[in-house]
Design a protein. Structure first.
Ligand code: PLP
Length: 358
């Protein structure tokens, strides 16, 4: 079945007379001799979400408290000694791995994930290759086929953080990924109203280890969050269709604006980044001057958000004028009217410069 159909039809109770949606199961404890308990046995609410995202990604899913909890569980489950890690990727995962390095539990081989030759060089002797594609915040794209093939021939597992791609734009398991993770907080939830994480695998042993990781670490999702995330998944294909069309149009319009030096848009999904001439001052002015777009750090909601990323120590490597934008489902002309006015103001007030003059 098509993804748009799976998103709507999977993860539902099927018995005659049952409700169409799994309820929000607000229970930790369950009657009976089996010792059923939410953290150890899961709940119907989690299972509905897991069935749906599993169907979309082509594997078995485990839901976690957040995207970071899913990332931690993937590392816990695979327990790598040697990890290939993108140097330029989501700062939270890099901070987690830095802690593990400092504790002497892991060795890291840093790579530019868009540089396939460099990644392939690093694979031999590694236990796990961590891929994020497209990357946060610079939108680098990895060659999943080449990386997964190299990892398979050297016996390494591959984890793909597919948060920016969503299961609508990529299915990493089909390319050979061992585990796909998502911050479901973002596009899957889609409404900036929950935190949740997901890890999906087609390997039964790895699935058991992910379940065990959740059980022993206690990184369980909330009942309402799981319900809302599944509700979000139902409309993910539709939302992505609109958001992607908006992102494509905005990327094109941004390219022709005088203040814009560079646009990074991989050509799919709804995240993009652009660099304004005039550095941090110009980019801050743009983020301050928008009225409809929301200056905010998170992403993946129905509303368009934007943020200058170099202000974070973890993203100090990106150009000072780089603005990352999560494109929502508003009318593209309203988005462009607001964004172009903010860009014009930055230019007119002298905060920004003409890109050609830098
Ligand atoms: C690519 C990526 N992976 C993982 C995470 C972590 O997700 P969460 O905030 O749900 O823990 C984020 C959060 O921004 C992210 O952008």
């Amino acid at each position: 079945m098509h993804r748009s159909t799976l998103a709507v039809s999977s993860g539902r109770p099927t018995g005659v007379g049952s409700p169409l949606n799994h309820p929000v199961v607000l229970a930790s404890n369950f009657r009976g001799e089996e010792g059923a308990y939410a953290r150890t046995h899961g709940t119907a609410t989690w299972e509905g979400l897991e069935e749906c995202i599993g169907a979309l990604e082509g594997g078995q899913a485990t839901a976690f408290a957040s995207g970071m909890a899913a990332a931690s569980a993937a590392l816990f489950a695979l327990a790598p000694k040697v990890l290939v890690l993108p140097t330029y990727s989501y700062l939270g995962v890099r901070a987690l791995v830095t802690d593990l390095v400092e504790q002497g539990r892991i060795d890291v081989r840093p790579v530019d994930i868009g540089d396939t030759a460099a990644v392939l060089d690093a694979v031999d002797g590694a236990d796990v290759v961590w891929v994020e594609t497209p990357t946060n915040p610079t939108l680098d794209v990895a060659d999943l086929d080449a990386i997964c093939a190299a990892a398979a021939s050297s016996g390494a597992a591959v984890v793909v953080d597919s948060t920016f791609a969503t299961p609508i734009c990529a299915r990493p398991i089909e390319h050979g990924a061992t585990i796909v993770i998502h911050s479901g907080t973002k596009f899957i939830g889609g409404h900036s109203d929950l935190m949740i994480g997901l890890a999906i695998t087609a390997d039964a042993v790895v699935h058991d280890r992910l379940r065990h990781a959740r059980l022993v670490n206690g990184s369980v999702p909330g009942a309402l969050e799981a319900f809302l995330a599944l509700r979000g998944l139902r409309t993910l294909p539709l939302r992505m269709e609109r958001a992607e069309a908006n992102a494509t149009a905005l990327a094109e319009r941004l390219r022709s604006h005088a203040i814009v030096q560079e646009v990074r848009y991989p050509g799919f999904a709804a995240m993009l980044a652009f660099v304004v001439a005039g550095g941090a001052e110009a980019a801050d002015a743009v983020c301050r001057n928008v009225r409809l777009l929301v200056p905010a750090t998170s992403l993946g909601g129905v509303e368009t958000t934007l943020e200058r990323r170099q202000k974070y120590a973890g993203d100090a490597h990106v150009p000072p004028g780089l603005i990352r934008m999560s494109v929502g489902i508003e009318h593209v002309d309203d988005l462009w009217a607001d964004l172009s006015a903010a860009l014009d103001t930055a230019l007119d007030t002298g905060c920004g410069q003409r890109a050609s003059s830098t």
